[in-house]
Design a binder for this molecule. Sequence first.
Ligand SMILES: [Zn+2]
Ligand SMILES: [Zn+2]
Length: 345
Amino acid sequence: MRALVYLGRGRIGVEERPQPTVQRATDAVVRIVRSTICGTDLHILKGDVATCSSGRILGHEGTGVVESVGAAVVGFAPGDRVLISCITACGLCPACRQGMPSHCATGGWILGNTIDGTQADFVRIPHATSSLHALPADVDDEAAVMLSDILPTGFECGVANGRIAPGGTVAIVGSGPIGLATLLTAQFYTPSRIIMIDLDDHRLEVARALGATDVVNSATGDAAAAVQLLTDGRGVDTAIEAVGVPDTFRLCERIVAAGGVIANIGVHGKPVELHLETLWSHNVTITTRLVDAVSTPMLLRTVRAHRLDPRRLVTHRFPMHDILAAYDTFGRAAATKALKVVLEA
Ligand SMILES: [Zn+2]
Ligand SMILES: [Zn+2]
């Protein structure tokens, strides 16, 4: 089969690889139908993810059809359409029992990281029983592949941790795919304002089309002052950091209201300054989380009921054999206006 392989810092290539097989009784092998490229894959390419070594097949998002299953797999059989979760869950270890499979003793984020991933014709899924989701016939693959990672991530790390509530005020710092996925799912709770903040006017236009009540371009003015103006000087109840750099975290510290929450989603590579000299008296909560993908069944139901249309995040489609062109397009997002780039088998 063909696969997209990480070849060390800054280098990827398409290679011919043997088709994966069931290695343990709890494994399934899935033939990929749709996959996509994540910002995290670009982090790997930059050499930021030490656990991912050269030779690894990348990708942790996908949908497909079950090809084969081990003897202990329950609930899935060859021919079943499935959604692959970016988080592998054994379902049995203390972290899984606690509802936190991101920290599963033998799973977590391993696909396209410590084991071969989904940017290939086939993938082996460990702990298949609790890491795959059955895809109903009326949910299409392109919508579903957005539920492998970005929708649960935006919902769990941003919306749920950020305690978004009816009538509340929300700012989302970063209008990339994750920020926009957060914007879509924030609307489940009917906040009174959702302010999107970004440096790119095109991404802010998309945010407005997807339901932002206000947009602020932080390149052209003082974003914190703009948010204070929009919230009668209170700041926002929920400030969501969806970039992962010190400046955007700092902005969240400046715009969170007394009693509010700073919900971090961004993957940080550098320390941030914690401004306790202003925040100590503000009754503020700061949350962090790696997605657990425990909201995936709920999100699938909302997609199926047409309450959520994740296809609105898809800007580009490529055949799987053109994956290098897809990486190029996704890697130059400012120029190509790419959000999610879907790979079609
Ligand atoms: Zn991802
Ligand atoms: Zn586990």
